[in-house]
Design a protein around this ligand. Structure first.
Ligand code: HPA
Length: 269
């Protein structure tokens, strides 16, 4: 049995005949949504064979299967990142497990820095596309044909109809919905001001250290991806102040209730 099958079998034994179609990855400080899930089965990552365990403060490390807004969902409360020392295949391992479990739609969330100077901390930006050519591809290496093609198309990783639906909801809740391009950086350093100026020139609106590897793997295996960034800080060099994980967590904490309402409404559609 390969690693994927081993993990799928373990999870299926825990959840029985529950068949979630939607999976959501909860990023930094956004774990509050997990509290709203009812009838839940909680499986700590460290108990799941082959699952990467997040070491970041603010990432709980639990897989939760249960009900939200009447829908059966699967939530990852916290994720593993490349900068923690995992390689990209390990960090994105759960995505293919989700595919094998029958998930059809993947909602990715993260905390990100605002590169677009019109953004403000606390804004929500739906990711319409990404930049990641500074990082190696998560799909480097022998292709697993059972998941998808060697050379996957990337022209609509983030599904347009989903972007529109989410934009409408965010606009209703905040009056400031943003739709933009996310630049993936490997971390764990925040970027330099020069890097941020370069990213802006290249067309980035936000920058962060997650999400893109998961979106690439999900797109490869045919999951519908929708992704949203909570802009927790202005990126390096925009304001005359240093960046810190505390600021990221503080902003995420400040907007977590509205974030939760947005996601709930989106899931209810
Ligand atoms: N840069 C990279 N990752 C981030 C940032 C940032 O400014 N804010 C939150 N995650």
């Amino acid at each position: 049995m390969n690693k994927y099958e081993e993990t799928v079998k373990y999870i299926e034994e825990k959840i029985g005949d529950i068949k979630p179609k939607i999976a959501i990855v909860l990023g930094s400080g956004l774990g509050i949504l997990a509290e709203e899930i009812t009838e839940k089965i909680v499986i700590p990552y460290k108990e799941i064979p082959n699952f990467p365990v997040s070491t970041v403060v603010g990432h709980a490390g639990e897989l939760i299967i249960g009900k939200l807004e009447g829908k059966t969902i699967l939530a990852m409360n916290g994720r593993a990142h490349y900068y923690e020392g995992y390689d990209l295949k390990e960090a994105t391992f759960p995505i293919r497990v989700f595919k094998l479990l029958g998930i059809e739609e993947l909602i990715l969330t993260n905390a990100a820095g605002g590169v677009n100077t019109e953004y403000k901390p606390g804004d929500f930006m739906i990711i319409k596309d990404h930049l990641s050519f500074f990082a190696e591809s998560v799909l480097r290496g022998p292709n697993d044909d059972e998941f998808g093609p060697r050379f996957p198309d990337m022209s609509e990783v983030y599904k347009k109809d989903k972007i529109e639906q989410l934009e409408e909801i965010i606009q209703k809740h905040t009056g400031r919905a943003k739709v933009g391009v996310y630049a993936y950086m490997k971390g764990p350093t925040y970027e330099t001001p020069a890097e941020i100026r370069a990213l802006r020139t290249l067309g980035a609106d936000a920058v962060g250290m997650s999400t893109v590897p998961e979106a690439v793997v999900a797109n490869h295996c045919g999951l519908n991806v929708v992704a949203v960034s909570c802009i927790t800080n202005m990126a390096a060099g925009i304001l005359n102040q240093k960046l810190s994980h505390e600021e990221v967590n503080e902003t995420a904490n400040r907007v977590k209730v509205i974030f939760k309402e947005i996601i709930k409404e989106y899931i209810s559609l």
